[in-house]
Ligand binder design. Structure first.
Ligand SMILES: *Cc1c(COP(=O)(O)O)cnc(C)c1O
Length: 339
């Protein structure tokens, strides 16, 4: 089976499992899990940020950040396709009592001029704009990456207007590997960053929220309120440490595989086109009269799993469970799928 539905489909590698099984643990709510403490300290240092908080999911990490940055009745600005708005169960309203202003970005990327025009004036009729959320890479943008200069302009605007800037960096390591930017450049530009360990980095669970010491102290309270205070979480955090050591550089393989598969898809009769492939995600447009569900059924007959994500699109995501040999098989089988 070649499972391309999501980069969450990974299972721990033997090396990762070994690291997990031999982790030193303690009660993390008491601050006594040495492995969680090490993961938090190392991730914070990597991004040049003061502190970090280990969370079970990226959704919790984003929502904890939004709660810690806002007050009820505030307004949050993000792209219309943002995960924090589309795929977190209405969490911004549910947890933070905040409302959202959606912007039509370019493949999930919004710019400073759009944001400037969307910030509410200081007027008692209006919601108080307090937070901007960016997503890098953008999931629904097909794994698109921000230019660092664009983020610098956004941060300058946020400073001028007194707004906080949060990054949903579920796939930030994919962006770093693809663009060659340094983690610390991102650490300087955001008030908070959420990075997922359970996507391309191959951990079973886990995300890390980064910010200032004061912000993370507040976030730690919020995580507890959300039910995310975990005990011997070091068994999971050990997977994160292992991934930081072993699974970052290999993301380049996923990016190469994605380009190879996208090239094979372009030769087929059932694909009309695809979003630009910048990292590990392929979003392809199915050519009528074919339907995404029909194509994914055909793929499944050949033990290939892909996800229909809209009435016209299918998604494939690369990860460490996909080998060179599997990609070679895809290059042969995809063009012959619907003869
Ligand atoms: C997967 C994802 C998350 C968080 O997902 P969890 O499944 O809750 O860990 C957040 N943002 C983006 C863009 C994602 O793709």
């Amino acid at each position: 089976m070649i499972d391309l539905r999501s980069d969450t489909m990974t299972k721990p590698t033997p090396g990762m499992l070994k690291a997990m099984m031999s982790a030193e643990v303690g009660d993390d709510v008491f601050g006594e899990d040495p492995t969680v403490n090490e993961l938090e300290a190392r991730t914070a240092a990597l991004f040049g940020m003061e502190a970090a908080l280990y969370c079970p999911t990226g959704t919790m990490s984003n929502q904890v950040a939004i709660k810690a940055h806002t007050r009820p009745g505030d307004e949050v600005i993000c792209d219309q396709s943002a995960h924090v708005y589309q795929y977190e169960g209405g969490g911004i309203a549910f947890h933070s009592g905040a409302q959202v202003k959606l912007l039509p970005g370019d493949l999930g990327r919004i710019d400073a001029a759009q944001i400037a025009a969307a910030i509410n004036p200081d007027d008692l009729h209006k919601a108080r704009t307090s937070l901007v959320c960016l997503e890098n890479t953008s999931n629904r943008g097909g794994g698109s990456c921000y230019e660092i200069e664009a983020i610098k302009s956004i941060r300058a605007l946020c400073d001028e207007k007194g707004l906080s800037l949060h990054l949903d960096g579920a796939r930030l390591f994919n962006a770093l590997v693809a663009t060659g930017e340094k983690p610390a450049s991102f650490g300087q530009l955001f008030h908070s960053i959420s990075v997922c360990l359970n996507k391309g980095l191959g951990c079973p669970i886990g995300s890390v929220l980064l910010g200032t010491g004061a912000f993370i102290r507040q976030a730690r309270r919020v995580r507890k309120v959300f039910g995310g205070g975990m005990r011997q979480a070091g068994y999971m955090a050990a997977a994160g440490l292992y991934a930081l050591d072993n699974h970052i550089e290999r993301l380049a393989d996923d990016h190469r595989h994605a380009k190879q598969i996208a090239a094979a898809l372009k030769k087929t009769d059932y694909i009309a086109g695809a979003l630009p492939v910048e990292t590990n995600i392929i979003i392809a447009e199915i050519k009528a009269p074919w339907q995404p569900a029909q194509i994914s059924a055909k793929l499944k007959e050949r033990n290939i799993l892909a996800l229909p994500i809209s009435p016209t699109q299918i998604r494939m995501v690369l990860h460490l469970g996909v080998t060179d040999e599997m990609v070679e098989r895809l290059e042969k089988e995809l063009p012959a799928l619907v003869d």
